[in-house]
Design a protein around this ligand. Structure first.
Ligand code: SDX
Length: 422
């Protein structure tokens, strides 16, 4: 039996037989039946927008692999910069390749003084760090004329290194500005996660990053690095398809991530748990969600209809962090909420399980990050995934500028009516 699908247009009796490859078939075949026929698929629930070899998800089995390697093994054995290399280059680096990559990234962590002094100081004192982050990424591109040479391999590689290296610096700068604290310059002697925590929290010369917390930060970065065609990555691909530069496209992807249904969920989870306030309020809160009065933030996923493997790893990492920082008082409420929801028909029927955002906020809060920094913490590692997808799109001969069609449901032609006659 050949893997094909045959579509018949009952209006004309015409049929078209299309090969099924890797679980997809080309919807272009419909045009052979009728050039004016299009698939209607709001929010792309049943549409594959691209072919990709970067990340594999199996929503039912709770599988997540970067370039074929299971996320559990990467979280256990790798570092974020090694995973970044794996995603961007497609293979794990040799010792020499990793050393050069780490050196390149480490030596591009600084940002232009004008960004620090003039651009950031222009924000209102209580600007949301994610709004600052998105603006700063777009602004960063204005410092590099060669940013637009996206088809020059060396130039694009240079922009990729710059963005991977500078997003922690920008994130820390946004935080320090919002706290009214002096900026802390990158320290090339520290690892990626250590350097970020140092730029964030250093007060006084005797400040030292706790290695357990630096490791937890690195694991969290690994878990958030990529997730195939999520909303933010789709935004990255759409903007990149117009051949925009990587800074502009990354700012667009970060803008999508900012949404509370996407990367903004980790912030919304902690606000939700804080609002619940006590374990005894959990049953009433769950009932309010079931009554449609709001969502159980941190639960549910478009792809994972079973557990999100990242949530399992994060939950374990949380205990390592709490060993050092002391337990986050919201943990008990989160555990109770998870227990109640996982045993409630409303959530079981809808296949709603904790996603990556349900526990990550508890760790971030225990690490000392304010809630409005949480989505910025998601954007730092996801910048690697976004840039990897941009590269893949630019090298994909089947891709061109994204321009979907529509189902027009508006008025038929009608005349202009002068205001006196309306
Ligand atoms: C991320 O795509 C990715 O990979 C994203 C991400 C990544 O790494 O990039 O994994 C990161 O964004 C994780 C998701 C974070 N968002 C949240 O935690 C916000 C809360 N969750 C939802 O809003 C929702 O579950 C989504 C947005 C995550 C998924 O939404 P879908 O796939 O469009 O599902 P849906 O809204 O159609 O829900 C199906 C049903 C609906 O009920 P009915 O209309 O059938 O009665 O489930 C209900 C929804 O109302 N539902 C929820 C719910 N999520 C879905 N009900 C209560 N609480 C929830 N969290």
């Amino acid at each position: 039996m050949t893997d094909t699908i045959t579509i018949t247009d009952d209006r004309t009796g015409k049929t078209v037989t299309v090969p099924i490859t890797g679980g997809v078939f080309s919807s272009a075949a419909l045009r052979e039946l009728d050039p004016s026929l299009f698939m209607y698929d709001p929010a792309y629930l049943s549409t594959a927008s691209c072919a990709s070899s970067i990340t594999y998800l199996d929503g039912d089995a709770g599988i997540l692999r970067y370039r074929g390697i299971p996320i559990e093994q990467l979280a256990e054995n790798s570092t974020f910069l090694e995973v970044a290399y794996l995603l961007i280059k497609g293979e794990l680096p040799t010792t020499q390749e990793l050393e050069k990559w780490e050196l390149d990234v480490t030596h591009h962590t600084m940002i232009h003084e004008n960004m620090r002094k003039r651009f950031v100081d222009g924000f209102h004192y209580d600007a949301h760090p994610m709004g600052m982050f998105i603006s700063a990424i777009a602004a960063l591109g204005t410092f590099y004329d060669d940013a637009k040479d996206i088809f020059d391999k060396d130039s694009l590689e240079k922009q990729v290194v710059r963005l991977v290296a500078k997003v922690p610096t920008i994130a820390a700068m946004c935080y320090r500005f919002s706290q009214g604290l002096p900026f802390v310059s990158p320290n090339n002697a520290l690892s990626y996660g250590e350097n970020f925590l140092n730029m964030m929290f250093k007060i006084g010369d005797d400040y030292k990053v706790n290695p357990v917390l630096a490791h937890a930060m690195d694991v969290l970065f690994i878990l958030h690095a990529d997730h195939e065609q999520n909303c933010g990555t789709t935004a990255m691909r759409v903007v990149s398809s117009a051949n925009s530069d990587p800074y502009t496209a990354t700012a667009a992807a970060a803008a999508a991530l900012y949404g509370p249904l996407h990367g903004g969920a980790n912030e919304a989870v902690v606000r939700m748990l804080t609002e619940i306030g006590d374990i005894k309020n959990v049953p009433a809160f769950v009932e309010s969600v079931k009554a449609g009065e709001g969502k159980l933030m941190g639960f549910g996923h478009r792809v994972y209809k079973n557990f999100d493997p990242r949530a399992t790893i994060i939950k374990k990492a949380a205990y390592d962090v709490f060993e050092v920082t002391g337990k986050n008082p919201l943990l008990e409420i989160a555990l109770e909420l998870e227990k109640v929801a996982l045993n409630d028909e409303y959530f079981i029927k809808r296949k709603l399980y904790p996603n990556v955002d349900f526990y990550s906020g508890l760790i971030y809060q225990a690490l000392g990050f304010p809630v409005d920094m949480f989505t910025v913490l998601f954007a730092i590692p996801r910048t690697v995934g976004w840039l990897t997808h941009m590269q893949e799109l630019l090298n994909d001969k089947e891709q061109k500028i994204s321009r979907p069609r529509q189902w027009y449901t508006g008025h038929d032609e009608r005349p202009y009516v002068p205001v006196a006659k309306r």
